[in-house]
Design a protein around this ligand. Structure first.
Ligand code: NAD
Length: 370
């Protein structure tokens, strides 16, 4: 198979972790005889520095001409004083809009080997297998007006929560399709006791549910969902919610398994290309130190193989390699616990690659001398 992949490393550790994911994809190409061609583009702060825009048109064009997009992360304190329209996060919002990436999928998977890194007790998180589906191109983050005002000579502000019904239908429909192939349950999260947008969301969820009789629908208020994610995360299968609630809940879900550095995501559009990125940010506090956890980016590459290219065996090979490396006790600093071996970003990538290619690894050598 031959595929074009647009790589947008972005800022901070984005560069380090996307390099890891590209190395791993190359290893998969070598083992399974695929040709992945990588073309690089700018996004975020680095794009602003090079081109004056956080998302230049060339980057959007590059993505549109590719089969899939791999993104690192954007942002950093040195860009915080830029005018809003030039900030790195604008680049991120714009690429979602320009590629019409309306649904963000974030799986939360339990790794037995990482149970100690979770802030929750093992019995609570054991066997958690949840997929969060977040609406990504509507709601408060895109509504107009969004501005400061003067009202009665006093400073005021307005943000707008706007959704078309069809925007709700497509993302909720996708959640049902995914649930139909998994645990057959959708939890639709809203704030229907207060917000009109949520009452419409609930109505749409009910309508869509009629088309999926084998999938159970439950409604949950967002405040309760925030609590249940901590108290009883095993009760969730597919969770679907609007943009703002999804932003917050998916970060909450991410700490269940211990580290932001472990969680991949995929953003889907109607006609592709899809975009894959780790859920973490640019982590300026650890930039350039070769200590970032590359596994979220590597697992995002695995999602790309499965979802965009239909390469299930190859995706599973990446996930198995990540499992093996963790089971061998290798850890980047963010997931390090007592008795485990600390490795750098590049060592972790080398280990995952070695597992994929069946080469000898630090872990196997360690095993031999244990
Ligand atoms: P962050 O995710 O960058 O970092 C939060 C904490 O987690 C930091 O202590 C960081 O060191 C750690 N961390 C994150 N990823 C890690 C990894 N792979 N390995 C090890 N440790 C990791 O969030 P933040 O500090 O709130 O934001 C920093 C910048 O990133 C901001 O400019 C923010 O706007 C941006 N951001 C971008 C995205 C994105 O590009 N999708 C997402 C979130 C935040």
């Amino acid at each position: 198979m031959k595929k074009q992949i647009a790589v947008l490393p972005g800022d901070g550790i984005g560069k380090e972790v996307t390099k890891g994911a590209v190395d791993v994809l190359q290893a998969i190409g070598d083992r399974f005889d695929h040709q992945f061609e990588f073309t690089y583009g700018h996004i975020g702060g680095v794009a602003y520095e090079v081109t004056g825009s956080p998302l230049p048109d060339e980057t959007v064009e590059l993505c549109k001409q590719s089969d899939a997009v791999l993104l690192g992360a954007v942002g950093g304190p040195k860009y915080d004083t830029l005018p809003v329209h030039l900030r790195p996060e604008r680049g991120l919002l714009k690429i979602r809009k320009d590629l019409d990436l309306y649904a963000n999928l974030r799986p939360t998977t339990f790794y037995a080997s990482l149970a100690d890194s979770s802030p929750l007790r093992k019995e609570i998180i054991q066997d958690v297998d949840m997929l969060m589906v977040r609406e990504l191109t509507g709601g408060l983050y895109f509504g107009k007006p969004s501005e400061r005002r003067t009202v009665d000579e006093k400073e005021a502000v307005v943000d707008t929560l706007f959704y078309k019904r069809e925007e709700m239908v497509r993302v909720i429909e996708l959640a049902f399709q995914l649930a139909d192939k998994r645990g057959k349950k959708v939890t639709s999260v809203d704030k229907a006791n207060v917000l009109e947008s949520s009452r419409m969301w609930r109505e749409v969820a009910e309508e869509v549910a009629k088309r999926y009789p084998s999938v159970k629908l439950e409604h949950m208020l967002v405040d309760n969902a925030a609590m249940q994610l901590i108290k009883n995360p095993k009760s969730f299968d597919v969770v679907v919610t609007e943009n703002l609630f999804g932003d917050i809940l998916s970060d909450e879900a991410s700490v269940l398994t211990g580290s932001l550095g472990m969680l991949p995501s995929a953003s889907l559009s109607e006609n592709g290309p899809y975009l894959y990125e780790p859920i973490h940010g640019s982590a300026p506090d650890i930039e350039g130190k070769n200590i970032a956890n590359p596994l979220a980016a590597i697992l995002s590459a695995a999602m790309m193989l499965r979802v965009s290219f239909g390469l299930e065996e190859e995706a599973a090979a990446v996930e198995k390699a990540v499992d093996e490396v963790l089971n061998a006790g290798l850890r980047t600093k963010d997931i390090l616990s007592e008795g485990k071996r600390a490795v750098s970003t590049s060592e972790m990538v080398a280990e995952v690659k070695a597992c994929i290619l069946g080469h000898e690894t630090i872990s196997s050598i360690m095993g031999a001398y244990a």
